[in-house]
Write a protein that binds this ligand. Structure first.
Ligand code: ZN
Length: 192
């Protein structure tokens, strides 16, 4: 069990350090990434996690494969979608030293939650589209654009790496304890 630290933790309020590129692929860094995926998988409503959330002050975030599975399945033609259980779930995606390279001027209000701010939810104004460049767990640079939930995740997670929590930007904050959650968390509740 990997502990997810909560909002009082000092590590969540500090700027995280760049990962030295020579550390990528080392057992130490692989363990950190595996721990992040483990912590994320332990939360049924989690979509992404940043390293400071497991008390590691490094610039890394991981996006759950479930996000990509949902996005992928939405794109599938109906016939294929019917058999989508046969398609393996997408893998978690690792972003090391991520930098946002583009934010759309168009913004939308997203309802957000955070694995480190249980159990508050609020509305945050985010760019509708975002592009991020990073290194993957093998040290290969890549760039990825996204809109909607993915764009919001990029912004929420890079905020974590800069020591910023969504509650510092949100309006209409409300506490929704787990016993009031539906079994099926609506997709507009994003916990990163
Ligand atoms: Zn968060």
């Amino acid at each position: 069990m990997v502990e997810i630290v909560q909002k009082e933790a000092e590590v969540l309020h500090k700027k995280a350090e760049e990962v030295p590129l020579s550390d990528i692929g080392t057992p130490k860094l692989r363990k950190i990434i595996a721990d992040m995926s483990k912590a994320l998988a332990s939360q049924s409503d989690g979509v992404a996690i940043a390293a400071p959330q497991i008390n590691v002050p490094l610039r890394i975030f991981v996006v759950s494969g479930s996000v990509f599975s949902v996005l992928r399945d939405e794109e599938l033609p109906k016939k294929l979608a019917d058999g989508k259980d046969k398609i393996p779930p997408a893998k978690d995606l690792v972003f090391i030293n991520p930098v946002i390279t583009r934010l759309s001027r168009e913004k939308i209000w997203m309802e957000e939650g955070c694995l480190s701010v249980r159990w508050q939810y609020g509305l945050v104004e985010r760019s509708k589209k975002a592009k991020v460049k990073a290194f993957n767990e093998h040290g290969v640079p890549f760039e990825m654009g996204g809109s909607g939930i993915l764009a919001e995740i990029f912004q929420h997670e890079t905020d974590h790496l800069d020591g910023v929590l969504f509650i510092e930007k949100a309006t209409d904050l409300q506490e929704i304890p787990p016993e009031e959650h539906d079994d099926h968390i609506p997709r507009n509740k994003h916990n990163g």
